[in-house]
Design a protein around this ligand. Sequence first.
Ligand SMILES: CCCCCCC/C=C/C(=O)SCCNC(=O)CCNC(=O)[C@H](O)C(C)(C)COP(=O)(O)OP(=O)(O)OC[C@H]1O[C@@H](n2cnc3c(N)ncnc32)[C@H](O)[C@@H]1OP(=O)(O)O
Length: 713
Amino acid sequence: MAECATYGTVAVLQINNPPLNVLGHDVRSQLMSGLQQALQDKAVCSIVIMGKGQTFTAGADVKEFGTEKVFWEPTLHSLVEAVSASTKPVVTAIHGTTLGGGVALALASHYRLADSSAKMGLPEVQLGILPTCGVTQRLPRLVGLQTAVRMVTSGQTQSAQQALTAGLLDKVVTDDLLKKAVGFARSVDVRGLEARRVSSWTVPGADRAEDVLDAARKTLVRRSRGAIAPLTALQAIQASLLPFETGMKREAELGRYLWTSWQAAALRYAFFAERTVKRWHIPRNKNVNYRTAEPMDIKSVGVLGAGTMGVGITISLLQAGLKVVLTEVNKAQLDKAVSLIQRSLEGKSGGKPQPMQLRATTDYSQLREVDLVIEAVFEDLALKKKVFQQLDAVTNPRTILATNTSGLDIDQIAAATQRPDKVIGTHFFSPAHVMRLLENIYGRHTSVETIATAMQLGATIGKVGVLVGNCPGFVGNRMKGLNFTEAMFLLEEGAEPQDVDKALEEFGFAMGPFRVSDLAGGDVHWRRRIQAGLTTEHGPPPYTPVLYRQGNRYSPLADMLCMQGRFGQKTGAGWYRYKSGSRTALPDAEVHRLIHKHRQDHGFQRRNISSQEIVERCLFPLINEGFRILEEGLATGPQDIDVIFLLGFGWPRHTGGPMYYADKVVGLGNLLQSLEKYRAYHPRSAHWVPSSLLRKMAAQGTSLSIWAAGSRL
Ligand SMILES: CCCCCCC/C=C/C(=O)SCCNC(=O)CCNC(=O)[C@H](O)C(C)(C)COP(=O)(O)OP(=O)(O)OC[C@H]1O[C@@H](n2cnc3c(N)ncnc32)[C@H](O)[C@@H]1OP(=O)(O)O
């Protein structure tokens, strides 16, 4: 856990708690007793604290957070204070990615050394808590308010060089950190110790504090969208302008406030959910799971289609060091794609040339020897089936064939081949080289090896893979579609697009549904509705009521905009209007007129609709659908649904995701009641009928966490 050794007059305490040296209770205890021994040992003049393995430490053990263990002595706070009060100089030697509590230990030390490849960060606000243990008081004294605010409120890591420049580190070294740290510790003098205690320093540039804090507050109010941790952290940093002990008291108060908040619990859940989804199984056959599966070794990947998705996927694969054969029948499109890929990769490597593992071709037969192909052609079932038939003929029979689709039937695509066991859906989110989510969809015949390979490939290219079953829209789009449906009904009943967007943005989404639709292009879903027979390019299908389609209430408003060529930002007008070259959504009188006329034509009585109703009506049907998905065994557990929404649809992380939010914030009983209430008002919308799983759980008073724990292997 923590090992102690002496090198002449230097005692070295080394954390050894693989994989990430987190500071659980055992580690803290051993570090504390090592420190006390070193202080008592007359032969020891200085002390080095460092870590073995891949990192100094990733910080506090988050697994302890929901338990009493985190308060067992020595707590992290006691350990940090013991380091700070040491009567012998303490040098912290940092390597790898050092986070949270690791930075707290470093700040309390008298000297800080790091390997040149080290990174340091304070991700606490991403867990909804405050970097306590004196971080908010010592850091500004060391690096100034501006850098401290940036590090604490963003959670972003700093490279060793950045940390050195900021004043957070005393020295950056290359090679043999242990030897260099011991050498450095030998050279430091106990007589200078008092001056090295950061707690005795004042914050540099305190005269400009008000301006810095005001500017940060304004940015954070806008960016944090309801998350309380960043603004609370700012208050703690502000307290560093007070005497150190007073500031520490304020830090402790604010720390307790965040520690006990529901947002901290939600963010902790999100942290573990992202890691839990890799432990997949198929709900109907638990023997098919991540433990029994053996992935194929993938070294080369073919990407078919060089549109926006194909380009993003290719960049992700190349960045992970895989060989890629990019195939596109249109030569001009292919050339454009290659130049985009090159530019993007050059940007990533800081202008340094990268060994190009890309072969671009218009010839399908070049895909013969790749291990896996990802098809990324236009979202059209007939086209995809044709392409899969060709791929089946041209590729090696052992090659896995993946389709990048956002909702088409995997079984139908697989049926176009002689190897349905080797066909799988890999739903990337746009931009594919940026978005971390990969929704992997198994079909009826997909083999366990194919599933394991797609999940493994996701991890290799830095994505969080979530495995789901095959149904229209899969998990993400099947649920998300309902949000937009209700948003349009709200327009019919009296809201304006900006009212709906504002309510959901206040809930925490970066953009409301109408702004998202304008960004993505309204025509994409319009084409899908046409394909599904819900509408035509000229209006409702013959003999179809305007407000009722396929057994459900229907709003034709989006179709009406598309029929006018209003596809969103790309046409300068959609639910909003856009000035040339601008992405700012401006309310549009024409849209208001169109909605107003539609209300009049169909006898809608306009009424005022509260933000609460908007949020409930847009989100509750989606959550209800999540319960249906669990019931149908299409997701391994609620975490899978939550991760899809957190990483793929901008669901506000501080609420944990739709299923967590329903369970822990709304309450399943309250959710059921609300669904029943809206169902009574809107009997022609099937999405208000509560799922039987929700009914059962609400009746039994059970929580999704119990359901989830039992269902996970
Ligand atoms: C009174 C209360 C005391 C309050 C103390 C307040 C002050 C201190 C606060 C903190 O220190 S909060 C913790 C800050 N640290 C983090 O948030 C670290 C988060 N981890 C990461 O970002 C990444 O893990 C990494 C360090 C960048 C490494 O990434 P990598 O992809 O290599 O590995 P992972 O798959 O993410 O992790 C492997 C394994 O380790 C588990 N894990 C990671 N970090 C922690 C942690 N801090 N505590 C506990 N467990 C951690 C992770 O869940 C994985 O586990 P498995 O899923 O494989 O079981």
